[in-house]
Design a protein around this ligand. Structure first.
Ligand SMILES: NC(=O)c1ccc[n+]([C@@H]2O[C@H](COP(=O)([O-])OP(=O)(O)OC[C@H]3O[C@@H](n4cnc5c(N)ncnc54)[C@H](OP(=O)(O)O)[C@@H]3O)[C@@H](O)[C@H]2O)c1
Length: 370
């Protein structure tokens, strides 16, 4: 019988790659011989060795006859790296225990087949649920070509994301806010509406040490983004993209001159077309986007059918006020029956704040193809 603790070790190793492997998956691998771990590795960064090859490279002895625990089906095609199946066969590993199946059409069962054809024993779906939980971003991106997209908002217990004055610093506590920085380090891009940028002048970077820095995106139909904003002033340090619908060429050029890229996606309503933007980002290897509001952009993102996940941080405060912004603005749905349906995935407590994580139930969406 395979041993859960070895797969757990492979999962723990996979997590170390967070933020650096996109658009590749997080993968960990452990080689076990005579009930002792003799090699281990993880996919450290895009373009780097895959977990299986890292584990083999870490060996100080032969792995002939050993077990390999790996969180994702080994690849069998030439990408940025040669196929892992070949390394497994060449090194005479006897048995491979796999967590997740790889939905990448280039792999999708072919890795397993290749190993079995070479006489390697393969066990699939071992701790699959735990291994699958590593890679919702990769699974979504590789099967749809669209970035996995999450909404993140911090709200009071009465559902306000800002006071009626527009002030929102700070609704949640420091621990929650540190967690947001960790998320920024995990997502390929962070996106905000121009309303938020004008109100808060945010940096939208990840302020944790040695972290990946996401692409910063501002959705701004008429390029009102001030050249004096923090986003503009730091554009040479952190990649920044302004997305517009209709703007003066001179402003486009002024932004580009200070290092802000600009791209145009005009929707039928004369505002930025978020679905077209998502497709563009997917085509440009951005596999995940964290939308940090505000309420108008959140509503537009939900309506365009691009949202997969929601992070709702709830603080023990009441702000009140009918003019105070809520996480999803606009007219809203006419009845609870029509609401966007979600599944609760996780609850985390940060001091006296609570983070609720939901998956959006895409089967119930007013979907983009409709
Ligand atoms: N607590 C939190 O988690 C949190 C997070 C973020 C923001 N906030 C607060 O929320 C407030 C800002 O929220 P907001 O709702 O006013 O602004 P927003 O959602 O950040 O930005 C809205 C603006 O985006 C532009 N836009 C471009 N394309 C759009 C599209 N397809 N659909 C909708 N808008 C589009 C529109 O202006 P143009 O048409 O001119 O481009 C629109 O007015 C601030 O007070 C901020 O502090 C709170």
């Amino acid at each position: 019988m395979p041993n859960r603790s070895y797969m757990q070790r492979a999962i723990d190793l996979a997590i170390l790659g967070k933020g650096f492997t996109a658009p590749n998956p997080l993968v960990g691998a452990v080689i076990v011989k005579n009930d002792v771990i003799i090699g281990e590795g993880w996919h450290k960064m895009i373009g780097g060795l895959h977990a299986e090859r890292e584990a083999i490279a870490s060996l100080n002895e032969s792995c002939e006859g050993a077990d390999l625990y790996v969180t994702l089906e080994p690849c069998c095609h030439f990408g940025k790296q040669p196929p892992c199946t070949q390394a497994i066969i060449d090194n005479r590993i006897k048995r491979v225990i796999i967590g997740s199946r790889d939905p990448n059409p280039l792999v999708a069962g072919n890795g397993v087949r290749m190993l079995r054809n070479a006489g390697v024993e393969v066990i699939e779906d071992f701790m699959r649920e735990e291994c699958d939980a590593l890679n919702p971003i990769f699974f979504h991106y590789i099967t749809t070509g669209m970035p996995y997209t999450a909404l993140k908002f911090a709200e009071t217990a009465d559902g306000k994301i800002a006071a009626f004055t527009g002030k929102s610093k700070w609704i949640t506590n420091e621990e929650s806010r540190r967690h947001v920085h960790a998320l920024r380090g995990e997502y390929s891009a962070v996106l905000a509406g121009i309303g938020t940028v004008l109100a808060d002048d945010p940096l939208l970077n990840c302020r944790l040490e040695n972290a990946h820095q996401p692409l910063r995106i501002v959705v701004d139909s008429h390029l009102k983004l001030p050249l004096t904003s923090k986003l503009c002033k730091t554009a040479n340090e952190y990649r920044t993209l302004a997305v517009y619908a209709d703007a003066d060429e001179s402003k486009v050029r002024a932004l580009e001159n200070i290092g802000v890229s600009a791209v145009r996606f005009c929707g039928e309503d004369g505002r930025v077309d978020l679905l077209a933007l998502a497709k563009y980002l997917g085509d440009n290897s951005i596999s995940s986007v964290l939308i940090e509001g505000g309420g108008e952009i959140n509503e537009a993102a939900l309506k365009s059918g691009i949202v997969n996940h929601v992070y709702a941080y709830i603080a023990p405060k009441l702000l009140g006020g009918s003019a105070a912004k809520t996480p999803v603005e606009g007219q809203g749905f006419a009845s609870p029956n029509e609401a966007v349906k979600m599944t609760l995935k996780k609850t985390t407590v940060f001091g006296d704040d609570v983070l609720l994580e939901y998956d959006v139930r895409s089967d119930l969406y007013v979907h983009r193809d409709n």
